[in-house]
Design a protein around this ligand. Sequence first.
Ligand code: GDP
Length: 325
Amino acid sequence: MGLAEQTNAILNGDRRALAQAITLVESTRDDHREQARELLQSLAKSNRQALRVGLSGTPGVGKSTFTEAFGMMLIDLGLKVAVLAVDPSSSISGGSILGDKTRMEQLSREKNAFIRPSPSQTALGGVTRRTRESIALCEAAGFDVILVETVGVGQSETMVADMTDVFLLLLAPAGGDELQGVKRGIMEIADMILVNKADGDLKSTAMRTCADYAGALRLMRKRPQDPEGFPKAMPISSLEHHGLDKVWAEISELSEWRKSAGVLEKRRREQALIWFQAEVESGVLARLKSDEAISQAWKSLEKLVIEGKTAPEAAAKQLLDMFAK
Ligand code: GDP
C-alpha cells in the first residue's frame, strides 16, 4: 500500500490499516522506521485529537475488567475507544498484558473498539516510542478516547502519564498500612485513584481504603491548574459496573476544565518537546554507534573503563572528541 492510500485508509478509520501501521511503528528495521516517520508526518496534518487516558495498576487489581466495562460504557455513549497496553516487564518476561483477548471479550468484538496488546520482547526504549506513535495513529484514525494501560512497575507510569491527558490509578481494597505501599511518586501523578472491587464482602474495606487515600491526596499538594477537589479518590466496582459513569463524568469535567484553561494544550506542547528531545538524543546515539571507527573505539574504551585504566569522564571525552571531528 502506498503512503497516500495508507494515510487515507487510516483517516477513514480502517482498522486493518491501523493495525498494520502499529505493526510498522513497532518495527526497528531502518526501512520500516523511515516508512513510519513518513506515515506519521502525513497523518499529523489531520490534527485530530482524542482524549488520552492513562491507567495503571498492579496485576490482579482489575485493569482488564475495568477497561472492558468502562470501554463498553463509552461505546454505548457513542464514542470510539482504543485500548493500548504498555508492558515494559514483557521485555524481561516475554509475556504480554492484554495478551489474553478473552479477558476483554465483549469490547474486542465491538466495531467501535480497537484493542492492541503490548508486543512481547521489546526493548524498553522501543516501548516508549511504540506507545507514543500508536497513540498518534489511533488519534488519526478518529478514536475519541484512547486508554493507555500499564502494569505498575518501574517507570512505566511516569512514561504513560507523560503521554496522556488524564491519569488514573487503580487500587485494590486493603488494610490501612498498605497505603504506604503505593509509591508517593505514583500518587503525585494520579488525577484519580479508583479503589476497585467495592462490592460484596470487600465493599466496606474498599470504602475505608478510599477514605484513606482521599485523605492522603488532600495532604499532598494543591494543583492550582485543576478544579476544586482534584486529585480525588473514588470507590468503584468494575465487576458490577458501579461508579463507572461517575468516573467518566469526573474525567470529562477535569479534561474540559484543563482544555478551557489552556492547560491541556500546553501539556501537549511540552510533551511534544520532550519527545523531540528524546528522538534527537537516541538518534545521536544511534548514529554514533553506526560509525565503524567510533563503535570500535567505544568498545575499547568500555574495556579500559571496566579495567579501571581510564576514568569514565576521560573515556567519554575521548569518544566525544572523535565524534566532533
Ligand atoms: P488485571 O490483572 O489488573 O487486568 O486484573 P483483572 O481484570 O484480570 O482482574 C483480576 C481479578 O479480579 C479477576 O478475577 C476479576 O474478576 C477480579 N475483579 C476485577 N474487578 C473486580 C471488581 O470490581 N470486583 C470484584 N469483586 N472482583 C473484580
